[in-house]
Design a protein around this ligand. Sequence first.
Ligand code: PMP
Ligand code: GLN
Length: 388
Amino acid sequence: MKSANSLMSSLGTTVFEVMSALAREHKSVNLGQGFPDDKGPDEVRAAAADYLLNGHNQYPPMMGIAELRQAVAEHAKRFQGLEVDWQSEVLVTSGATEALGDCLFGLIEPGDEVVLIEPLYDSYLPMVRRAGGIPKLVRLEPPTWRLPKEELAAAFSDRTKLILFNTPMNPCSKVFDEEELDFIAGLCLKHDAYAICDEVYEHIIFDDRRHVSLMTRPNMRNRTVRIGSAGKSFSLTGWKVGYITAAPDLMRSIAKTHQFMTFTTPPNLQWGAATGLRLGDSYFTGLAQDMQRKRDRLAGALSEIGFEVLPAHGTYFVTTDFRPLGFNGTDEDFCRHITVEAGVTAVPVSAFYDESVQAPRHFARFCFCKHDATLDSAVERLAAHFRR
Ligand code: PMP
Ligand code: GLN
């Protein structure tokens, strides 16, 4: 028989699935894959439930229901001061994952260069490559994860079609500041490149930082594609409702991809997400404050156990260096070891690097978007294990 697509068949199973399966097998406290314990806002779930029972459960419009597209545009105005035309500039997708695929397949021409920033979310590289893009990787270094400007400038050329990056950034919890965003913008303008910005953690940002979208920077409005996720903004990761904002010229090709990937997304969940995006400011500040408190609870306890905990400015995650505990294996060994022996699961950070190059092997990512009792139980187990 002929073989399947060589790139896809060469991939392993995503680290999130692998670690969650291992956590289930060993009944460990799962601080690996990023999903909240919280049920999500009552109003949002009630809106989706009501629509499911009483609404129109047939194919919604390909671009998404009007209410959600309008809510995405209003939300962009409220939080980023952006004027967005909901009819020509907003597309609803089945999660940010589909949104990323739609953008990459809709914009990349085989042979185009694509600038990416390591560590990177695990779907980026395979999808860029499958779309025919040639990745140009630029690596951030711990513990500051500062943007290496010279390397970034060197990664761009006139063959660059786009840069794809994530802020607040999974897994290293970096938030790009305005100066870094302007530097990226300058390179996009110089080389006539687009930017795809994965902003799924836009509301999960700490210590009085403010999320700034690259789309708001001078001359970037029509070159930037902005991606959000109801999963992250409303603690409903299983819903898989995402949204893309882009200028009409870019949106046309992105929407053509979406129409043949999923065509549309369940209408009741779209209705629920619209309700969420229209919640008052206090919901969004409350979410950030709550997550910040959880970050502090977990980060403080992990450092007491002996981990070196790196700063986390946003997202659901803290990165930890486990070498001070005396563990000498790789990050994969460590995450498996604590799952099996201590009953706590984390994710190895090397999964966020291109396999073909040397990745750091001494970091584990722990997720803190959990009830206090879950965090405390994980900490007790780790403390008991490493005291031995
Ligand atoms: N981008 C990043 C950086 C993520 O962490 C995630 C997963 N949570 C996604 C995209 C995918 O989001 P969704 O679940 O909406 O597909
Ligand atoms: N984004 C989540 C994380 O980083 C996982 C998403 C997934 O499992 N695909 O943990």
